[in-house]
Ligand binder design. Structure first.
Ligand code: PLP
Length: 403
């Protein structure tokens, strides 16, 4: 008889990423022959630019295929700080930079280095699915700050001030935001930093979508005066350079923390993949025109999908100012109770119309669904047609059951 496997508390405290779970469900439908319109996955549908692929091919051919320093190869760390300085006016040293296995690992390792049992971490909601679970895994307590649709879901300094207690150690700010597309205006972001500085709370800026902003310029709070001792930047090549599969991100942090992250890396993954490091070097020291091309296309899609979901009776939707997600509110559609919540709505949409979207419950915002528009305009049109058909059929079903 096999012995029952006991998992630790820390692994039982977390759940598998709900966004990946929806994507896996969608895949099952696809495997059984369904034509799924997949709005679930937060992944650019553009190929990795050729000059980046070429940098990786050259790395392979010149045998740069061995272990590297835990924090990444020196030329990459130099390129990261140089790129960040050029883009945002920051002044990091390579010793304050660690290349990581995706932005996710920069976030995870930072939390593991900073957070212990009893520590509180402020997380504005709607939040990216992984933030609370990373904090729980480290033994900390996520403290959720609700942002408001009426304020375009942008976090304010007053909200942060009100949420801080003597146990608060860290706040995780993701602007542009996944799932809402909210962008915190620069002046307000700097006020948030001031609050953190006054209360000795570290601010982790998740800059994964930094370059996908529609109405403002890319901006990093780490570029503000006297920001560096209080800020950790978690950055990523995944979205900016359409490199999700390469798994290359970075942390910029005060040196003792950067050293802690590198130490943890040395005892876990050793180093990010050497070939991906050289690909990222090609990305960060090469042309940025593909970013502008993607942004222009995302803007076209955003305008179409926002108009499309707003045309559904009873559905409201804030206009995303960045990233590539819309986060409409379906509460009025749920009021008749024929569908109990957005988890059920997402399931019905997948079963009946083969539309994959992630329920708001995953982001701490029930009543919403997240649609990624990192998919072609044709698929967006098809998805909108199916959504309209679903809600029309649902209204008929309801009318039928009422008569
Ligand atoms: N942060 C946010 C808000 C994200 O949406 C994602 C990915 O979807 C990440 C971080 C991590 O991206 P990666 O690990 O691919 O760099």
């Amino acid at each position: 008889m096999s012995k029952e496997i006991q998992l630790t508390d820390r692994i039982n405290r977390i759940v598998a990423s709900p966004a990946l779970a929806v994507a896996a469900e969608a895949e099952k439908f696809r495997q059984s022959g369904a034509d799924v319109v997949d709005f679930s996955i937060g992944e650019p549908d553009f190929p990795t630019p050729d000059h980046i692929k070429q940098a990786a091919i050259e790395a392979i051919q010149s045998n740069k295929t061995k272990y590297t320093a835990a924090a990444g190869v020196a030329p990459l760390r130099q390129a990261i700080v140089k790129w960040h300085a050029a883009q945002f006016g920051t002044a990091y040293e390579p010793a304050e930079c660690v290349a990581t296995t995706g932005g996710k690992h920069a976030l995870f390792h930072t939390i593991c280095c900073l957070i212990a049992a009893g520590d509180e971490v402020l997380i504005p909601a709607p939040y990216w699915v992984s933030f609370p679970d990373m904090v729980k895994y480290a033994g900390g307590t996520p403290v959720i700050i609700e942002t408001r649709a009426a304020e375009n879901f942008a976090l304010t300094a007053a909200q942060v001030e009100a949420a801080i207690t003597e146990r608060t150690r860290l706040i995780i700010v993701n602007s542009p935001n996944n799932p809402t597309g909210a962008v915190i205006p620069r002046a307000e972001y700097e006020r948030i930093l001031d609050v953190c500085r006054r209360h000795n709370v570290m601010l982790m800026a998740d800059e994964c979508y930094s370059h996908f902003v529609y109405d403002s310029e890319p901006f990093s709070v780490a570029g503000a005066a006297d920001a560096k001792p209080h800020v950790i930047v978690a950055g990523s090549c995944s979205k900016t350079f359409s490199m999700t599969g390469w798994r290359l991100g970075y942390a910029l942090a005060p040196k003792p923390l950067a050293d802690g992250i590198a130490k943890l890396q040395s005892q876990s993954v050793s180093n990010p993949t050497s070939i991906s490091q050289y690909a990222a070097l090609g990305a960060l020291s090469g042309p940025m025109d593909t970013v502008g091309t993607m942004l222009a296309e995302y803007r076209r899609r955003r305008d179409r999908i926002v108009a499309g979901v707003r045309a559904l009776p009873g559905v409201t939707c804030t206009e995303p100012q960045g990233a590539f997600y819309v986060f409409p509110n379906f509460e009025a559609r749920l009021a008749d109770r024929s569908v109990r919540n957005t988890t059920e709505l997402a399931r019905l949409l997948l079963e009946r119309e083969h539309i994959a979207a992630v329920p708001g419950e995953a982001f701490g915002a029930p009543g919403h669904l997240r649609f990624s528009y990192a998919t072609s305009m044709d698929r967006i049109e098809e998805g909108l047609r199916r959504l309209a058909r679903f809600f029309a059929a649902n209204a008929e079903r309801k009318a039928g059951s009422a008569s």
